[in-house]
Design a protein around this ligand. Sequence first.
Ligand code: NAG
Length: 189
Amino acid sequence: MWHLSFFFLLFFILTSPNYKTFTSTATSLDILDQTCRTCADRSIVFSYNVCLTSLQTIPVCHATNLQGLALIAMELALENATTSISTINKLLTSGALDPFALACLEDCLKLYSSAVVTLIDATGAFLTGEYGIANVWLTAVMEAATTCEEGFSEREEMECPLKKENYNLFQLCDIALCIINLLSLHVNS
Ligand SMILES: *[C@@H]1O[C@H](CO)[C@@H](O)[C@H](O)[C@H]1NC(C)=O
């Protein structure tokens, strides 16, 4: 149910006439490229490539400003986390894992389940202009991805089966976080 209203809200925001758009001097692709570059320059873990390829998957006409890009990053993160939950459930029932891996996966499942709720809260906070709160919640989701990964690193020979999922969730949240920080700079200047 929340998912439906979320999409509705997103659609409403993106199509609202009050939704500020950049002038024709900058195309959507320029904004995408500039934003990803600026964020990559500000952080060593931020991936310019993930940023560019992730945000390019959406219709160009929607990516016309920073607010839109931040929302899209959060929507992608939500989609990613939701898909990861199904992946974890599949792994848990595959019968191919030892008790240590199963315990780690159970922990990750809890982390991802609450990450989904936190992402929805972060989006809500962002939409009402509470950038500071959105920032805190996105950071919490990134920590969840890191905690999941670290659960497996306790045993050296054990490769985390959710490496890709953790990485993607971390990067997508980092994109939203960076854009929200850029927006906060604009607000305060
Ligand atoms: C998760 O995010 C990554 C990076 O944007 C993307 O390549 C991948 O397709 C996404 N997966 C899902 C299920 O949304």
